[in-house]
Design a protein around this ligand. Structure first.
Ligand code: Y12
Ligand code: CO
Length: 174
């Protein structure tokens, strides 16, 4: 099933997600649907809250060196916790919940993250560069935050003005 993606300024995107307790068939169906939705919408990352589900679940599926987005490279991440952060890196981010807007964001370059897979097995991973950035972006969603909150005051004001204009023109053409 392909879900609709919640788009800024939907209030639901500000909700804090809760930990998954049962690693059952229902969770597996949700993870499969999230994957289908992320691919259908041409995303490289998706948090459950973006489809209106307040659970600590996220997917990351970055392209490899040949530009191929392979399912076997996907990270299915449940109840993640960052235990170490260091360095910093600036990357131009985008988000399916803020379609068409991209801006530079500074985040930690290296992280250590602990999480569970779909069967409830615990994993500890060191991530560097783009995977680390994607993980921090998606984990922000689980806390109810969007990357636009990391913009400078002036960039955020400019964004809000342009976003209102875009939403109005979309309403007018309906
Ligand atoms: C680095 C930085 C941020 C992330 C988070 C995951 N972000 C995405 O998956 C963004 C996807 C996206 C897709 C869009 O759609 C198309 O390109 C067709 C898009 O553009 C529009 O919707 C117009 C914007 C964002 C991971 C790694
Ligand atoms: Co996002």
């Amino acid at each position: 099933m392909i879900y609709n993606i919640l788009v800024y300024p939907d209030k639901k995107l500000r909700e804090v997600s809760k930990n998954v307790k049962k690693f059952d068939d229902k969770l597996h169906i949700l993870l499969n649907d999230m994957y289908e939705t992320m691919i259908a919408k041409e995303g490289i990352g998706l948090a459950a809250i973006q489809i209106g589900i307040t659970k600590n679940i996220l997917l990351i599926n970055l392209a490899d060196d040949d530009g191929m987005q392979k399912k076997e490279d996907m990270l299915e991440v449940i109840n993640p916790k960052i235990t170490h952060l260091d360095g910093s890196e600036i990357y131009q981010e985008g988000c399916l919940s803020v379609p068409g807007f991209y801006e530079d964001v500074k985040r930690a370059k290296n992280i250590t993250v602990e999480y569970f897979d779909r069967f409830g097995n615990k994993t500890v991973q060191d991530l560097e560069g783009l995977p680390a950035i994607a993980m921090q972006h998606e984990m922000d969603h689980l806390k109810g935050h969007l990357f636009i909150e990391k913009l400078s005051y002036l960039k955020r004001k400019k964004f809000e003005k342009e976003w209102k204009k875009k939403l109005k023109s979309e309403m007018d053409t309906k």
